[in-house]
Write a protein that binds this ligand. Structure first.
Ligand code: ATR
Length: 519
């Protein structure tokens, strides 16, 4: 913890239409929440008038907030009515009341203080942190018991860096400082360790503000309450990346081994932006995913020998001279394939790889290394041609002629494009190809666990390999590079059950499958 009082707090924002709904949401997350904010602007009018009852119903410190539409809330009534609602609710004994920066209401503040309610003096900024923000935040503290709050929209890694800088300039000073927007997730996880009094969260699928995560995920996946300035930081850089399962994998390993470390997603607009943020935060190691696996290579100070040959890097480890780059996709790809083809001599087999991006490069490289003959099919033929020339294989466009060529090169068929990934899970990049049953079908997409491509192959009698297996295998190698330790075997088995569910569980077309990204 890096705060004056040494505590980290997860605050659950309650946005129900009724007090009863808020109570039920709170009960669901009680174990993971230290505080709650009643966003009374969401309540129906009759429940808004009963706000004074709420503090006696919830056993944690409560923030009373009636947020105006102009500040991102939904209250659109008269301002005098809002202030009267707040004044009446204060009688119930809230721990905090949120009053906006521009509100000149000394009687309301005095009333709050006389009841032992602390004033959170807040502003919400829809553009990124600016140079004047430090002074503006300091100016929010008009009384010794006031708790300043700034919620600042961050949309880029440059703005994330500015927000980290702001945390540092306000170090040791009590405040709530949080980022808003989907790109802010990393700093919402780290908020308390960077010096915010609390970090906000919302019930799953009920985000009070863009970028909120649910308290259970914050507490159990990211261990947000236990993070401190000495916590070792690891990340995954990509775009899109916010639904990646890699945080679940690496953080499970850290927790089991009792390591003070956390791994979080950074949705970056460029790899350069991510690397700047990594420098600012002191990130020690990172996974690199779509679309940066090739673009990261010029930024590496040193590489493992196969990285330039593959032309893709998915693992960064900070070394004295800069970033060291490795590729764990190759071994992550080969291990499940070797297991599935135990009886076959891979060097005698013919394979087709669909796609010619960063993930395809690792698959083609791995297959070529075993001596397999490889055909690359890609929507953009020039990319297939370039990859084929570099790694010594045949290529064709992903069209009818390409699919006929695939029929002749189909002992192993590897799907490396994002086609078929949730929410686009009814798609199949080789819809026109009829599986014959002898193929080993390998999809590196892992959500849904059973893609349409795999489902078709399985129904034709093919052996299949699910993307979750490759994800786990490459992550095991990454974990060793990040920590120097082996990933705990029991966790690996448990995670495999989660990621590689058998047919009958989440399958292509299952609308409940989560979004995710190839890692
Ligand atoms: P990654 O690092 O995950 O491989 P990438 O480098 O962006 O990501 O490559 C994505 C691959 O998916 C490419 O082969 C891409 O084809 P193009 O080179 O033609 O872009 C392929 N891909 C993406 N969307 C596709 C679609 N709708 N149909 C066919 N192929 C697609």
């Amino acid at each position: 913890m890096n705060q004056p009082d040494g505590h980290s707090r997860i605050c659950l924002c309650l946005t129900g239409e009724t007090i009863q709904e808020d109570l039920e949401t709170y009960r669901r997350y009680a174990r993971f929440s230290d505080m709650a904010e009643i966003r009374a602007d969401f309540l129906l009018p009759e429940d808004m008038r009963r706000l004074d009852r709420v503090p006696s119903l919830l056993p944690v410190p409560l923030i009373l907030t009636i947020r105006r539409a102009s500040d991102g809330g939904v209250y659109d009534g008269a301002e005098s009515d809002r202030l009267e609602l707040i004044r009446r609710a204060l009688a119930g004994g809230f721990a905090f009341v949120d009053l906006e920066e521009d509100l000149g209401q000394p009687p309301l503040e005095r009333e709050a203080r006389s009841r032992g309610t602390r004033v959170i003096r807040s502003f919400h900024e829809s553009s990124g942190p600016d140079p004047g923000m430090e002074a503006r935040i300091r100016g929010l503290k008009r009384h010794p018991t006031d708790l300043p709050k700034a919620a600042v929209r961050v949309d880029s890694t440059a703005e994330l860096c500015s927000l980290v800088d702001l945390y540092r300039r306000l170090e040791g000073w009590e405040k709530i400082l949080v980022g808003m927007g989907p790109a802010s997730l990393s700093l919402r996880i780290l908020a308390c360790s960077l010096g915010s009094y609390l970090t906000f969260s919302s019930a799953a699928k009920q985000q009070a503000a863009e970028g909120h995560t649910d308290p259970e995920t914050l507490d159990t996946v990211y261990r947000a309450r236990a993070l401190s300035r000495s916590t070792r930081l690891f990340a995954i850089a990509g775009n899109p990346v916010l639904h990646s399962r890699s945080p679940r994998i690496h953080n499970t390993g850290f927790a089991s081994l009792g390591m003070d470390a956390v791994y979080f997603p950074v949705q970056a607009e460029s790899i350069e932006g991510f690397l700047r943020l990594a420098g600012t935060l002191g990130i020690r190691g990172a996974s690199v995913t779509l679309p940066f696996k090739q673009a990261v290579i010029p930024h590496l100070a040193s590489v493992e020998v196969d990285v330039p040959r593959i032309g893709a890097c998915n693992t960064l480890v900070r070394s004295r001279g800069g970033w060291h780059g490795a590729n764990t996709d190759v071994s992550g790809f080969m291990e499940p394939l070797a297991a599935a083809s135990a009886d076959a001599d891979l060097s005698r087999l013919r394979a087709t790889v669909i796609g010619a991006g960063g993930a395809a490069r690792s698959a083609v490289y791995a297959l070529r290394r075993t001596g397999c003959e490889v055909l690359v099919l890609n929507r953009t033929p020039a990319r297939a041609e370039e990859l084929a020339a570099e790694l010594g294989c045949r290529w064709a466009a992903l069209d009818r002629r390409g699919l006929s060529a695939m029929a002749e090169s189909s002992d192993i068929v590897v799907q490396t494009t994002s086609v078929g990934m949730s929410p686009d899970d009814r798609s199949d990049p080789v819809e026109g190809y009829a599986f014959q049953g002898h193929e080993i079908a390998y999809d590196i997409v892992y959500t849904p666990p059973m893609t349409r491509f795999l489902l078709r192959a399985k129904s034709a009698g093919c052996r299949i390999i699910q993307g979750g297996d490759m994800l786990l295998c490459q992550a095991m190698h990454q974990f060793r590079l990040f920590t120097g330790k082996e990933f705990p075997e029991a966790d690996r088995a448990r995670l495999r059950t989660e990621l590689v569910s058998s047919a009958g569980d989440a399958t292509a077309g299952d609308a409940s499958a989560d979004d995710a990204t190839i890692v």
